[in-house]
Design a protein around this ligand. Structure first.
Ligand SMILES: C[S@@+](CC[C@H](N)C(=O)[O-])C[C@H]1O[C@@H](n2cnc3c(N)ncnc32)[C@H](O)[C@@H]1O
Length: 273
C-alpha cells in the first residue's frame, strides 16, 4: 500500500485506538447494517473476512451474529489497531483470528468467503487490482458487503473541522476518488470499477444513519480524529488551543444537548463473486 496510508494507520497517534469506545458507540448503526447484510449473504458461505477491521468492533459483532459455524477473520495493516482488536475478542471470550496484511495483495487462500467491511476499503492505491484480489478471496460464490462514505458535501460533520482549521493548519482538502475517507465516494464509478474487477450483481445503495456520541467527547474527537487530528499531532499547545477555538463553533450545530449527532451519508456496496 502507499507509504502515506501505511504511516497514517500505523502512526503513534493511534486516534482510533484511543477513541475506540466513542467510535464503537457512534458507529453502532452502521455496524448493525453491515452485520445484517453480511448475515443475508452468509448462508452456504463458510467464512467471512472483515477487511480493514481496525479495532475489531464489526469483526466481533459478525462473529457473535454468525456463530461458531462461520469462520470470521479480521485483516488490517495497522499493528496498533490489531492489538486492540485481539484484546477486544479476548475480553469477549471468543477466538477470532486477526491477520496483519495489506488486503490489496494478500493471498487469502481458497474461498468462498463473504468479504465484509465498514470503512476499510477506501484506502487502496489501486482499487481495481485490490477489488480483483478480494474477488479472488470471495470466489467461488462468495459475496462483498461494504459500507463506505458518500461525498464530502453530503457529510458536513466530516468536513466542518478541516474547513474551519484550514487557515491555521496545513489540512489536506479531501479529494473524492483519491485513497482516503472519500476514496469510493462516487457510487457510479465504484459500481463500474467493481464490474471491471470481475464482481457480478453489483449494487451501490445510498444509506443514511444518524450517529451520536457524548458531547463531553467532542474536544477529544476534534483534536485527535481526521485530517485536523493528524495535522495537530506534534503542534505546540498554543496552536492546538487556537485550532480548537476555531473548530469548536464549526461543530456546534451538531451538538444537541449532551450529545453530538450527525448523519453518516454512506454507500452500501453489495456484489457476488
Ligand atoms: C476508518 S478505519 C475503519 C476500521 C473498522 N473497519 C471500523 O469500522 O471500526 C480504516 C481501517 O482500514 C485499515 N486499512 C487501510 N488500508 C488497508 C489495507 N490496504 N489493507 C488492510 N487494512 C487497511 C486501516 O488500518 C484502518 O484500521
Amino acid at each position: 500500500m502507499g507509504t502515506e496510508q501505511a504511516a497514517q494507520w500505523n502512526g503513534p497517534g493511534g486516534a482510533w485506538v484511543r477513541l475506540q469506545d466513542v467510535l464503537d458507540a457512534m458507529y453502532v448503526p452502521l455496524e448493525e447494517l453491515l452485520v445484517d447484510r453480511v448475515a443475508d449473504a452468509a448462508p452456504g458461505v463458510p467464512s467471512v473476512v472483515d477487511v480493514g477491521c481496525g479495532t475489531g468492533a464489526t469483526t466481533l459483532a459478525l462473529a457473535r451474529r454468525l456463530g461458531p459455524g462461520t469462520a470470521v477473520t479480521g485483516v488490517d495493516v495497522s499493528e496498533p489497531m490489531l492489538t486492540a482488536a485481539r484484546e477486544r475478542v479476548s475480553r469477549a471470550g471468543l477466538e477470532v483470528p486477526f491477520v496483519a496484511a495489506d488486503a490489496q495483495r494478500h493471498d487469502f487462500g481458497p474461498g468462498p468467503r463473504v468479504v465484509a467491511s465498514r470503512f476499510g476499503v477506501m484506502f487502496f492505491d489501486d482499487p481495481p487490482a485490490a477489488f480483483a484480489n478480494l474477488r479472488a478471496a470471495a470466489s467461488p460464490g462468495g459475496a462483498l458487503r461494504a459500507i463506505v462514505w458518500r461525498a464530502p458535501g453530503e457529510n458536513p460533520f466530516m468536513t466542518a473541522a478541516p474547513e474551519a482549521a484550514a487557515g491555521l493548519l496545513d489540512v489536506p482538502v479531501p479529494v473524492p476518488g483519491a485513497p482516503g475517507q472519500f476514496g469510493l465516494a462516487d457510487g457510479e464509478r465504484t459500481a463500474t470499477m467493481l464490474r471491471g474487477a470481475g464482481w457480478g450483481e453489483v449494487t451501490v445503495e445510498p444509506v443514511d444513519r444518524e450517529c451520536t456520541f457524548p458531547a463531553s467527547e467532542l474536544e477529544a474527537y476534534l483534536t485527535l480524529m481526521g485530517p485536523v487530528g493528524r495535522a495537530l499531532a506534534g503542534q505546540d499547545e498554543a496552536t492546538r488551543a487556537r485550532v480548537a477555538d476555531r473548530v469548536r463553533p464549526a461543530l456546534a450545530p451538531f451538538v444537541r444537548g449532551d450529545e453530538v449527532a450527525f448523519t453518516a451519508a454512506c454507500w452500501l456496496i453489495a456484489a457476488r463473486a
